[in-house]
Design a protein around this ligand. Structure first.
Ligand code: CP
Length: 294
């Protein structure tokens, strides 16, 4: 198994092996065994944490890293996506890590790759962001037994590519107790949404997982008023005091300070936001190690 397009394609044993290796890498960082491989990063959308952590992880493992920049490539001269992938494969890379705005393009790419080339979906449309889901659940597992976790997700779940991957990983590992808070227009279909803040629910939650409004994935007819959202759903000091929330704060990033969260909460002692970023480095290192040797 060397291609990750979504969590649904993974076996539970693979995820448990990945988490064991992530824990070992975390304990022994920066000591690591080196590999002689080449990986190509192909990011059609901006990224800070995903791209840099993959690049850092790959270099730490001894990979050569090629950074494909779509806007400076022959795509600009009319070359097709398919011919771009074929061209990169002809350059003898061992693996591709791809972020793209098109939902499910990862599944198309997997069909185009030979067996010996590994692939990681670094986020495609609102379909999947498997490594973010995996690293966030790993981070949750460090603070609470996943089978007992009481999780509240607040914000734009509807347009999130992280949420499907997060929920599939949590389901695989036995977490069933998940509540959602958002305006109806940002709700994931078929979820038990509380459009008003429930103090009772929040006071019992171990983790509050906050999402930004993902405007880049809105359709033309959709709209949301930032002022309405921040006045009613922003996680700030007053929100924490009123709801008596006593758990940990998580956010996959990037964060929009002053919209879904305030600076004092994102930087507060109960925030795991930078821990998520750090664990992303260890988990992506572990994943690259597993996929490139598999
Ligand atoms: N969470 C996430 O994917 O962040 P970046 O866009 O910075 O990679």
């Amino acid at each position: 198994m060397n291609k990750i397009s979504s969590i649904q394609k993974l076996e539970k044993d693979f995820v448990l092996e990945l988490y064991n290796l992530t824990g070992s890498i975390k304990k022994s960082w920066p000591e690591i065994s080196k590999q002689n491989k080449t990986v190509c990063l192909l990011f059609w959308e901006p990224s800070t944490r995903t791209k840099l952590s993959f690049e850092h992880a790959a270099k730490k493992l001894g990979f050569d890293v090629i950074d494909f920049s779509p806007s400076n490539s022959s795509l600009e001269k009319g070359e097709s996506f398919e011919d771009t992938i074929k061209t990169i494969l002809a350059l003898k890379v061992d693996g591709l890590i791809v972020r793209h705005p098109e939902t499910k393009i990862s599944e198309k790419i997997v069909q185009m790759l030979p067996e010996n080339v590994f692939f990681i979906n670094a986020g495609d449309g609102n379909y999947a962001h498997p490594t973010q889901g995996l690293l966030d659940v790993f981070t949750m597992s460090e603070v609470v037994d996943l089978t007992k976790l009481n999780l509240t997700i607040l914000g734009d779940a509807k347009h999130s590519r992280v949420i499907p991957s997060l929920l599939q990983t949590l389901d695989m590992l036995g977490c069933k107790n998940i509540n959602y808070i958002s305006p109806e227009s940002l709700a994931l279909p078929q979820t038990n949404i509380f459009s008003a803040i429930s103090n009772d629910m929040l006071s019992k939650s171990d983790i509050l997982y906050i999402l930004r409004i993902q405007r880049e994935r809105f359709s033309k007819e959709e709209g949301i008023d930032d002022k309405f959202f921040s006045e009613n759903y922003q996680v700030n000091k007053e929100f924490i005091e009123t709801t008596n929330f006593q758990g940990k704060i998580m956010h996959p990033g990037p964060i929009n300070i002053g919209v879904e969260i305030t600076r004092d909460i994102s930087d507060g002692e109960d925030s795991l936001i930078l821990k998520q970023v750090e664990n992303g480095l260890y988990l992506r290192t572990a994943l690259l190690q597993l996929l490139s040797s598999g």
